[in-house]
Design a binder for this molecule. Structure first.
Ligand SMILES: [Zn+2]
Ligand SMILES: [Zn+2]
Length: 312
């Protein structure tokens, strides 16, 4: 077993193979999302109120920005800044409330995909290349089972964290206290919009951003010799909290800042800067203080003009 740079939690053997495998229905995540989506579709319009819509928007913004983007992705997965442990726990807990997986499940999903995309070739599942509708079915309702998968090992700091272990075991149940609170404050409408509509929209939206950010959009950087490139999906900046700048993320995975070029709106970065300003975040990593990724190449003006990147 050896580790590869940038995939420290993924351990490969000589016969590990990112290509050879089957996509299988994943009952747990499929029924979870189908249940949330069916409830949202059936009850959403019946239970509509402006306050329920406001609750949906506010809870989506907090869980996606502070939770998913800053807590889960930029901090827990990429360690792109330092902060007190209580704040890390709070941010990651908010990320769990998005309703996709627990903290360890999210790390595993992310790092496995990241490892596969860095190989010279990988399964279409891992690079979102199955076409729109099939990719939707695969990513939202199935999982990839490789015949010879890599091993996954959490670093001791996370593996021994009891708070994360509890949240990991109970990530679906974590919606319940919030559902009870919303019911007490605003009745069934608040539960439907604050839980069911939010989870189905955010989980489906996360897939949409993931799909487009691996299939089409703008490119500034190319990584030579890897199975998948990332794309910047301009329209999704605000709703994805900056996660849409995925070409930048492939170029600088450890950067806390995702919107790297002028005009690239990045709400997650604004939150990190605000927390840094009040002393709750430090050692923030950006391309200015990071080593460059091997194989990284910035496209020339001529290549950008000719759209060479589109063919990649
Ligand atoms: Zn990617
Ligand atoms: Zn990442």
């Amino acid at each position: 077993m050896e580790t590869r740079p940038g995939s420290e939690r993924i351990l490969v053997a000589p016969d590990t193979d990112p290509l050879d495998g089957d996509v299988r229905w994943a009952p747990g995540k499929s029924l979870w999302l189908a249940g949330m989506t069916a409830s949202a579709l059936l009850l959403g319009s019946l239970c509509f109120s402006w306050s329920a819509l406001a609750l949906f928007l506010a809870t989506s913004a907090v869980t996606l920005c502070a939770g998913h983007s800053v807590g889960m992705h930029r901090k827990l997965i990429h360690a792109s800044f330092d902060c007190p442990l209580w704040l890390e726990h709070l941010l990651v807990y908010l990320g769990t409330l998005v309703g996709m997986a627990g903290p360890f499940g999210m790390i595993r999903l992310h790092d496995f995909r990241d490892w596969a995309q860095r190989q010279p070739a990988c399964h279409d599942y891992s690079r979102h290349h199955a076409g729109f509708w099939r990719d939707a079915w695969w990513q939202l309702h199935c999982r990839l089972v490789l015949r010879r998968p890599p091993d996954f090992r959490l670093e001791p700091r996370l593996a021994g964290d009891r708070f994360y272990a509890v949240v990991e075991r109970t990530w679906m149940l974590q919606q319940l206290p919030w559902a009870a609170l919303f019911f007490a404050l605003g009745g069934l409408g608040w539960v439907v919009w604050g839980i069911c509509v939010r989870v189905s929209v955010c989980v489906t939206g996360h897939w949409l951003v993931g799909h487009f950010s691996h299939t089409r959009g703008d490119q500034v950087w190319i990584i030579d010799g890897v199975a998948a490139q990332g794309y910047n999906v301009r329209l999704a900046a605000l709703i994805s909290m900056g996660e849409n700048w995925h070409n930048n993320h492939h170029a600088y995975p450890g950067s806390a800042k995702l919107g790297l070029l002028p005009g690239q709106v990045d709400p997650g970065w604004w939150l990190i800067r605000s927390l840094e300003a009040v002393g709750l975040v430090w050692n923030v990593r950006t391309p200015h203080n990071m080593p460059e990724r091997p194989g990284l190449r910035r496209l020339t003006e001529a290549e950008l003009r000719d759209g060479v990147a589109d063919a990649a």
